[in-house]
Design a protein around this ligand. Structure first.
Ligand SMILES: O=C(O)[C@H](O)COP(=O)(O)O
Length: 201
């Protein structure tokens, strides 16, 4: 039996400021660091064979804090561009409340949560899903087939996309899915990689 644990990074400076982040590389806030340590404590029963994060610092720092909490800080970390947040295009750096005031809640909700609508010059969730699932298939699937226990720290929209694929969510379900900072989703998988259990921790 293999295990796959997905964690969203802790609160970032941009999350705290209510700013569209995407590929902006912003650090965790003190609260975000505490959320990462808290995620580590909730994972106290887990022992991982490999750990993955994006090439953005909020993801890597969250992973390092979790591993430190688990006394597994010596585990090698694999950082991948494919696990970066959805690219938010022209919205990156803009305040979310001000963007709603300017363009309306309906438009901004479509930019944030629609599966097929891209934010201006940004990625659709569908495009994000394609690159994340390609990475999952190329890198994570062989390790899971070998029975490994994997920890992946990534971002709100990349994890929505990956969960859509893994859990067979419909478009309506993924559009309604919200993942909190520091949120954990844990799966156990059979040797054929069928999910045998899943839980929010
Ligand atoms: O990139 C961002 O702004 C956040 O990480 C996710 O934002 P969202 O919840 O507005 O998609």
């Amino acid at each position: 039996m293999s295990q796959l644990v997905l964690v969203r990074h802790g609160q970032s400076e941009a999350n705290r400021a209510g700013v569209f982040t995407g590929w902006l590389d912003v650090p965790l806030t003190p609260r975000g660091e505490a959320e990462a340590r808290g995620a580590g404590r909730r994972l106290h029963d887990f022992h991982f064979d490999a750990a993955y994060c994006s090439t953005l610092v909020r993801s890597r720092r969250t992973l390092e804090l979790i591993l430190a909490e688990l006394n597994q800080a010596s585990l090698a970390i694999h950082a991948a561009d494919a696990l970066r947040e959805r690219m938010y295009g022209a919205l990156q750096g803009l305040n979310k409340a001000e963007t709603i005031a300017r363009y309306g809640l309906e438009q901004v909700t479509r930019w944030r949560r629609s599966y097929e609508d891209a934010p201006p010059e940004g990625e659709t969730l569908h495009h994000t899903l394609d690159r994340v699932v390609a990475y999952y298939n190329e890198v994570l699937v062989p390790a899971l087939r070998a029975g490994q226990r994997l920890l992946v720290v990534s971002h709100g929209n990349t994890l929505r996309a990956l969960r859509m694929q893994l859990e067979g969510l419909t478009v309506a379900q993924v559009e309604a899915l919200e993942i909190p900072t520091g949120g954990i989703r844990a799966y156990e998988l059979s040797p054929a990689l069928v999910i045998t259990s899943m839980a929010d921790l």
